[in-house]
Design a binder for this molecule. Structure first.
Ligand code: ATP
Length: 574
């Protein structure tokens, strides 16, 4: 990886602190922040007061008369037993009608209707939820008035066990995914209570992130959309900071779970395709003794009495495997970049999907393999994850990811891409040059042109200028101004860099010198020695950023939404 020189961090970062406390008084940004904080505090206090009032009413109601249903509700006890058949909401069907079942889940919504009836929504997993109804029995059991009050007072996002009769509702319950059945609850036990006030409600967690300001200042802010999951308080959308500071609620949101499932499917499809083409998986180290690829952008740390670094790519190790006699290899793992880039495309730790293979005739074999691999992943997602894709779209609207028709894949040379930009792109790109690397806005403009012209969101730019590629990139023997190296794009954004690598020590040493690097420096010498120690076949490969593939496929505003625990210059927790 590291196929391109690093982005200028001074351009990317926007974390200059706002000037506060000078003669002119607090800055606009500080005032806005303070105002938002005060509003949030007031909302929190209001919600706390409402919860307290509900709990007090429930307590008061439970005070009088003998409770004939007292064993059917309350905090769960080690002796509590519910014998009914366990159901999964996604399997619930006509066969369960009028049968007693049991279910564990989270209370995502509740309301009292008078003193004798409570409605709760129970969510089992992701967005599988069902309406539960609890009505006082005329005989005071199995459901008493106290039981209804107690159930109506359970805090949101508490985890409960219920026993219930499956019934048809009078009309479909629109707010729940299971809309054709409801549960008439006869037992309800609290397994784990939610807090008095949630740091972020499920409704807010399942809305599009409202602002990225504090995490990365260049991410676009998407319009907030109303969702299928009802939010009793009609919670406003939250900022990315609120999401990431409330990891549990962030993760409970169906949209985040759908993204996570799509992510794991990409990973699986990547391995599945390569294994079907005789690639073998291997495991490169994360801890390395020398800042391999030129020394920039690596995290260093104390390592006993020495110094160690976190690997910024598995590049050299993939090549060691090829040198070691493996014909085709791949690896999946964390990659670390010490770049102060606060952008929607960057993290300091991301997951790399990397591959490397022997070349028989031409590096185009590698390019074709990766192209087929990506198309396999995109088609696999359409087939296996259409439901999750739709769910994500209901929150983050996007146009369908356009794929080229078979046999009509788009491959342009870098120079052809620049020409297209010069001739048909925005005014500011009239004079772009064939030997200058592209900026991100330039790449996006080209992506839009290609979408319009070729009806695809996926394409390849090949033959990158020599200057834009690292020392191990093979120059084109027919034109040394360019390399046998390519980038792959999704919706106008880079997701992969790769190419043919130099495999003879003489050529490698010469290019290392040409790049102004000492071939005898630590890390580099060991790398060149690999090619001296035995004959290594021609080879090439590429490194894909998993987080970007998922984010750009779904048209998310930032890679931070597809990562499980984003690591950025500003965030190391949770
Ligand atoms: P960029 O120019 O966008 O910073 P790069 O040229 O440094 O990327 P490579 O080193 O070639 O990227 O890495 C290969 C792939 O790894 C990229 O195409 C991208 O998908 C992913 N990637 C690189 N850096 C990051 C990062 N900081 N955060 C997330 N993904 C990244």
């Amino acid at each position: 990886m590291s196929e391109k020189p690093t982005e200028d961090p001074t351009q990317a970062s926007g974390d200059a602190p706002a000037a506060e406390g000078d003669d002119a008084g607090p800055s606009k940004k500080a005032l806005k922040k303070a105002e938002a904080k005060a509003k949030k505090e007031a909302e929190k206090a209001k919600r706390a007061a409402e919860v307290k009032a509900r709990e007090a009413a429930a307590k008061a109601a439970a005070g009088g008369g003998e409770d004939l249903a007292k064993d059917n509700y309350g905090d769960i006890h080690h002796t509590t037993k519910v014998d009914a058949e366990k159901v999964k909401l996604k399997d619930l069907g006509e066969q369960h009608l009028d049968k007693t079942v049991k279910l564990r889940g989270w209370i995502q919504n509740s309301r009292m209707q008078g003193a004798k009836m409570a409605f709760v929504e129970i969510r089992e997993e992701r967005n599988w939820s069902i309406q539960g109804v609890m009505a006082v029995s005329p005989e005071g059991t199995p459901v008493s008035k106290q039981m209804v009050k107690w159930t109506g007072g359970i805090r949101l996002e508490s985890f409960v066990l219920v026993e219930a009769l499956v019934k048809k509702p009078l009309e479909p319950v629109k707010s729940c995914r299971v809309s054709d059945y409801e549960l008439h609850i006869t037992k309800c036990y609290l397994i784990a209570s939610g807090p008095e006030v949630l740091g972020m409600t499920l409704g807010a967690a399942n809305k599009a992130v409202a602002s990225f300001e504090d995490e990365d200042e260049t991410a676009p802010t998407e319009a907030v959309k109303e969702l299928s999951i009802t939010d009793p308080a009609g919670a406003p959308a939250a900022s990315l900071t609120t999401h990431l500071n409330n990891p549990v609620m962030h993760k409970r949101a169906p949209v985040q779970q759908a993204i996570a499932d799509i992510r794991m499917t990409v990973r699986k499809l990547f391995a599945e395709f390569l294994e079907s083409r005789d690639f073998v998986q291997f495991e490169p180290p994360c801890l390395i003794g020398a800042a391999s690829e030129g020394g920039a952008n690596v995290f260093g740390m104390k390592y006993f009495d020495k110094h160690a670094y976190l690997a910024q790519s598995p590049q050299f190790y993939k090549q060691f495997e090829i040198a070691g006699g493996r014909k085709r290899v791949f690896c999946i793992g964390p990659v670390f970049r010490a770049e102060n880039s606060n952008t929607p495309r960057h993290m300091t730790e991301f997951t790399g999907l990397d591959m490397e293979m022997e070349i028989e005739e031409s590096y185009v074999e590698v390019l074709e393999t990766i192209e087929s691999l990506m198309l396999y992943i995109f088609r696999g997602l359409e087939e296996k994850r259409s439901e999750e894709i739709e769910l994500v779209r209901s929150v983050y609207p996007s146009e369908k990811f356009l794929l080229p028709e078979p046999g009509k894949e788009v491959r342009l040379t870098f120079a052809e891409g620049q020409k297209l930009l010069r001739e048909e792109g925005p005014e500011e790109y009239r004079n772009v040059k064939d030997d200058e690397d592209m900026s991100t806005p330039q790449e996006k403009a080209l992506g839009a042109l290609i979408r319009e012209k070729y009806k695809t969101d996926f394409y390849v730019l090949d033959k990158f200028p020599e200057e834009a590629r690292p020392f191990y990139a093979m120059e084109d023997p027919a034109n040394p101004k360019v390399t046998n190296a390519y980038d792959f794009f999704m919706r106008g954004q880079e997701i992969l860099s790769g190419g043919q690598r130099i495999h003879t020590p003489e050529a490698l040493e010469a290019r290392i010198r040409k790049k102004g690097v000492d071939p005898n420096s630590t890390g580099i010498k060991e790398y060149v020695d690999v090619f001296r120690s035995a004959g290594v076949p021609p080879h090439g490969g590429g490194g894909i950023g998993l987080d970007r593939v998922v984010s750009w496929y779904l048209n998310l505003p930032s890679v931070h939404l597809s990562s499980y625990y984003p690591r950025t210059p500003k965030r190391l927790l949770p």
